[in-house]
Design a protein around this ligand. Structure first.
Ligand code: MF3
Ligand code: CO
Ligand code: CO
Length: 267
């Protein structure tokens, strides 16, 4: 099997963009329903309905046997939480991760939500994780290496005493769910491939308040939790490399402004 990065045509990028926008709108749609007393299954079903109403297929359902239309990861769950009967409580933090297939194109995004009043400790972890994604995006220009992303993220979050999860990565996305390249979020000396215009990939840092390690649930084979029971947070966007500043295809509210330094780049 060749490990090939798919460079997308302008037409493909338009398709990936439409799917990305729909994935982001799904996260927006579910937001007002995230509150004390609802189950994660209920939130999953709202996302599923919205995707289906908009002629999209949820990419996670049946993917390597995954049993749901979204991933919902609460508190110490790092990622791949399976929506179910868990009832949200005041102070919970959660990530909802949505991947849409629209007209054959994939868009992948996730964000954090809070339930009622959360601790300052939890809010800080969320804020730093979100900023770490912005910092990763700030490395996204043609000519930079993929490894710059993880190096920037790790450096930033380490200063807060947090740890980057290394067992799960970002990934090329668009024509398939998980394409080359692998986009690590950790410090690395192996800088990997060079970014070129037309590359589309996710950045999705998972940041732990305590130790970096993840353990996967023995029974369901999916739910990945922190080994020390401490909190974990994650944000994810789908990015497209261009000849100038990157397009953050899933950032429909322009929450992740591109640093001015990137605009000055000449290829
Ligand atoms: N959406 C996740 C990602 O960001 C992948 C979930 S795979 C699943 O890559 F099988 F758990 F759904
Ligand atoms: Co992803
Ligand atoms: Co995702």
């Amino acid at each position: 099997m060749s490990k090939k990065i798919i460079i997308k045509t302008p037409e493909q990028i338009e398709g990936i963009k439409a799917s990305s926008i729909l994935a982001a709108k799904t996260l927006e749609t579910v937001a007002p329903f995230v509150k004390t007393g609802v189950t994660t299954k209920y939130l999953n079903d709202i996302c599923n309905q919205f995707m289906r109403d908009n002629k999209a297929i949820p990419a996670t359902l049946g993917y390597r046997g995954y049993p749901a239309e979204t991933c919902i990861s609460v508190n110490d769950v790092i990622c791949h939480g399976i929506p179910g009967p868990y009832v949200l409580r005041d102070g919970d933090i959660l990530n909802i991760d949505v991947t849409t297939i629209l007209n054959g194109y994939y868009g992948d995004t996730s964000k954090m939500y809070t339930v009622g009043q959360v601790s300052e400790y939890a809010q800080k972890l969320i804020d730093v994780t979100k900023e770490s994604l912005a910092i990763g995006i700030g490395q996204c220009k043609a000519g930079n290496r993929i490894g710059f992303i993880g190096n920037a993220i790790d450096k930033y979050i380490s200063a807060f005493g947090y740890a980057v999860v290394y067992e799960f990565c970002g990934h090329g996305v668009g024509i398939k769910f998980h394409e080359e390249p692998e986009v690590g979020h950790c410090r690395t000396e192996d800088l990997g491939p060079e970014m070129v215009p037309g590359m589309t990939f996710t950045i999705e840092p998972m940041i732990n308040a305590g130790k970096a390690r993840a353990k996967v649930d023995k029974k369901d084979k999916w739910t990945a939790r922190t080994i020390d029971g401490k909190l974990s947070a994650q944000f994810e966007h789908t990015i497209c490399i261009t000849t100038s500043s990157p397009l953050v295809l899933t950032d429909i509210n322009n929450e992740f402004p591109i640093p001015a330094s990137i605009f000055n780049h000449n290829i």
